[in-house]
Design a binder for this molecule. Structure first.
Ligand SMILES: C[S@@+](CC[C@H](N)C(=O)[O-])C[C@H]1O[C@@H](n2cnc3c(N)ncnc32)[C@H](O)[C@@H]1O
Length: 268
């Protein structure tokens, strides 16, 4: 990481092993569908300049680069050097993508340089969200589009035969980031920063099977490791939680749903 502006969650992105684990989650069918939804919402056009803040392994940056074509350009930034290395390898061939290490609160680039800016699943990790939003406003040209996506795990419905234990596991995940309930205040923050026409919609991750191609299945491991490592849950409880999910799936009773909130706004 460049500097510890990102506190909780930094270990999820810091080194190559962590970055590759996250990349594997992003290659599940659920998150491919999520990127497709982000692309439809962002609607990149040929020749546009677009910034992807907290670009992670560069999967979205690459999709945007293909959409804006050789006359367009994409800047990806991420606070994790390990993520930037993966994103650079992924995006190098296209020639219209630059990926750099930078913090969302101090971004490279001059004022009004971009037609659009996208930042998905990042702001919840950034301690000073208003400072990041001010940077986004600065980088966008007048009329430029902003697209944010963030999650509130209080929107999670995950069927369990032990609701108290499920609650314990989901609550233990809350402190993996700085702002676990950020979406409910983001529209206000966007308006206060000076963005025009902020609005929100939902992208739901929902499944009734526990198969390897789902976000929920991929997150079982991440959630239990975090809960046990931070001492919020003991290893036996985490194992029992996973066995229960497996039994429910075998019985045809598995259900998972989680809301991602998608925010649109414009620079006036
Ligand atoms: C959950 S991942 C999301 C990656 C990507 N945007 C996506 O949706 O596929 C969060 C990413 O934000 C980056 N990040 C966290 N805090 C940041 C900050 N303050 N500035 C820039 N990037 C940050 C992390 O390194 C990580 O790659």
């Amino acid at each position: 990481m460049t500097r510890p502006s990102t506190e909780p969650g930094a270990e999820l992105f810091a080194d190559d092993k962590a970055a590759r684990a996250l990349e594997a989650v992003y290659l599940t069918g659920d998150l491919i569908a999520q990127r497709d939804a982000v692309m439809r919402a962002l609607a990149p056009r040929l020749g546009e300049s677009i910034a992807d803040i907290g670009c992670g392994p560069g999967l979205l940056a690459l999709d945007i680069a293909e959409a804006v074509g050789p006359q367009g350009r994409v800047l990806g930034v991420d606070a994790s050097a390990a993520m930037v290395a993966i994103a650079n390898r992924r995006c190098a061939a296209g020639g219209n993508v630059t990926v750099e290490v930078a913090d969302a609160v101090r971004l490279p680039g001059g004022d009004a340089m971009f037609d659009a800016l996208v930042c998905t699943q990042v702001l919840e990790y950034v301690p000073d969200v208003p400072a990041a939003l001010r940077e986004f406003l600065r980088l966008l040209r007048p009329g430029g589009r902003l697209l944010l996506m963030d999650t509130d795990w209080e929107s999670c419905v995950w069927h369990s035969s032990d609701r108290a234990r499920m609650r314990q596991m989901i609550d233990a995940w809350d402190n993996h980031c700085t702002h676990p309930q950020l979406p409910r205040t983001l529209v206000t923050m966007l308006a206060e920063t000076g963005f025009a026409a902020p609005r929100v919609e939902v992208h739901a991750l929902v499944t009734h099977t526990r198969n390897a191609d789902t976000f929920a299945r991929a997150m079982e491991d991440t959630l239990s490791r975090h809960a046990v490592r931070t001492g919020q849950v003991d290893a036996d409880t985490a194992s029992a939680w996973r066995r229960d999910l497996e039994s429910l799936d075998t019985a045809g009773q598995y259900f998972f749903s989680l809301n991602r909130y998608v925010f649109h706004a414009r620079r006036p």
